[in-house]
Ligand binder design. Sequence first.
Ligand SMILES: Nc1ncnc2c1ncn2[C@@H]1O[C@H](COP(=O)(O)OP(=O)(O)OP(=O)(O)O)[C@@H](O)[C@H]1O
Ligand SMILES: [Mg+2]
Length: 260
Amino acid sequence: MSILEVKTLSMHFGGLAALSNLNLTIQEGEIRGIIGPNGAGKTTLFNVISGVYRPTSGHILYMAGKRIDGLSSSKIAKMGIVRTFQRTALYHDFTVLKNVTVARHLQTKENIFGVLAGTFKKMEKEYVKKALEIIEFIGLGHLKNELAADLPHGHQRALGVAIAIACKPKVLLLDEPLTGMTPTEKAQMIGLIRKVHQQGITILMVEHDMRSVMELCDYISVLDFGTLLVEGTPDEIQNDENVINAYLGTEDLVTVCTSS
Ligand SMILES: Nc1ncnc2c1ncn2[C@@H]1O[C@H](COP(=O)(O)OP(=O)(O)OP(=O)(O)O)[C@@H](O)[C@H]1O
Ligand SMILES: [Mg+2]
């Protein structure tokens, strides 16, 4: 059953077509890789799906055909489509626990100012309890009282995932979750993505690390210049001449070729 459908979607910035007549169907429960060279439109796709931008034209259908294009990002998040960012978005001077608790709170209460103005100890116990469960699940339990700013990069990214989980996603959009990570951090994040997926969450992942994309994803959509170049299983994509050509001259090509 499809959970998300993108239909003839276009997003123009002035004269630039960042997305052009794009069609995608995501099945419930899959891990879908979205790849493509720099500037292909991957982040723009996430921005449009998550309501940051209203598309220039086209539709986005979610769960049994409900149209979500044009809805606000908070409404879309409440419906269960939650994203992480290419650069981590955290409250750096909050602890790990407070970051996740606030995210949980915001999911159910509209007003960010009320949450931020209120003292932490006034927050309902249940939010803290649930946040602690999520932090344990993500593997950051031992760091719950650390300031987000003091965490190493890999743990900050994991905290970004914890914050997203706190928003109760049905579909999780991960924008370059492995970027800038050491091999150990990458392995931990891949394990974490698998664990999140096992909870029944559908995952869309934009990522340049081809080896990890091939390892994790059930199916891959390749974007190039805002259009869909090709779709297929990891095996099909690695051996597709159009994909290799699209990556010509980029470092990613080396990984594409050596991982096959
Ligand atoms: N808000 C914006 N205003 C104007 N142009 C934009 C905007 N956002 C994206 N673009 C342009 O749209 C195109 C697609 O950008 P996008 O960030 O979606 O690419 P990407 O595939 O995520 O690239 P990368 O792999 O480098 O992250 C680029 O040419 C970019 O400069
Ligand atoms: Mg991007």
